[in-house]
Design a protein around this ligand. Structure first.
Ligand code: O7M
Length: 252
């Protein structure tokens, strides 16, 4: 199954749009691994994918993450997303994408700012040849993101805010999804207009960063990326359950 099919299957089975951001920290790697396992087991029925940050890879190494966390996720029929925010020239991007995909990740997050030629072209090649996904940052959730993602860009003779250009590029490059902060429902609506109904919007920033899950979904978000509002809650299972929403996620 492709990444899109896997996440849609998990979303339909668990009746949820929530992607768990597994951003746990611990100075002891065995404890970190155990905490990760316990968290995943406790929320597994209320999530549709697991996003892993570089902080977990730095602490545990990609092999340990693959043998334990990705394996556990896949045993539970949950796809995994590597939040690499790739943003380098082609050959190093390609190496990183291949390494993550060959370790079992189902999708990777990249920054479109590096462009296509000798930038993300090789990442898409690596993903497409393996049925994996590439998700592109389009408007980040933090307040400071306005300084860049709203800048006026000139492309094909017209002027547009940067995020609109990025949304158009995501369509041109046939990305498997875009990332738009839940803190900006109006931007989600605009991106939804630009990309049409077929491409998922992944929306982080719910809860701890002030974004509202329901407003983000009403604006057009397909999936919600949620970290602290689940794992820092005294009862992650109940917190994850509370984010379950709308029986049918938007079909991709
Ligand atoms: O729910 P939180 O605030 O604890 O965590 C949010 C997660 O989403 C965390 O893993 C961030 O790395 C990620 N994220 C953002 O918070 N904002 C963004 O604009 C983009 C991301 C992200 O996932 O990028 C791919």
């Amino acid at each position: 199954m492709s990444f899109e099919e896997k996440i849609l299957a998990a979303a339909s089975k668990n009746q949820t749009r929530t992607v768990l951001a597994l951003d746990l920290e611990d100075s002891d790697s065995s404890r970190l691994l155990e905490k990760s396992r316990v968290l995943i087991q406790s929320v597994k029925d209320s999530i549709c994918a697991i996003k892993i940050n570089r902080q977990l890879i730095l602490a545990l190494g990609v092999r340990t993450v693959a043998d334990n966390i990705i394996k556990l996720a896949h045993d539970l029929s949950l796809p995994t997303i590597m939040d690499a925010k790739l943003n380098d020239v082609g050959h190093t991007n390609e190496f990183m994408a291949r390494t993550y995909f060959d370790s079992g990740f189902d999708a990777i997050i990249a920054s479109p700012i590096v462009g296509w030629e000798n930038g993300l072209d090789k990442v898409f090649e690596a993903a497409n040849s393996r049925g994996r996904g590439v998700l592109l940052l389009t408007y980040m959730s933090n307040p400071g993101a306005d300084a860049f993602y709203s800048l006026v860009t000139k492309r094909n003779g017209g002027e547009k805010p940067m995020f609109e250009t990025l949304a158009n590029l995501a369509v041109e490059w046939k990305a498997q999804g875009v990332i738009v902060g839940a803190t900006r429902p109006q931007i989600i609506s605009r991106v939804r207009q630009l990309i049409g109904s077929g491409m998922p919007i992944f929306s982080p920033g719910v809860g701890a960063q002030g974004g509202d899950a329901r407003r983000a979904v009403q604006a057009g978000a397909t999936y919600l990326i949620v970290g602290r509002a689940i794992y820092a809650s005294p009862d992650p299972r109940t917190a994850a359950h509370a984010f379950r929403m709308e029986p049918e996620p938007i079909s991709t």
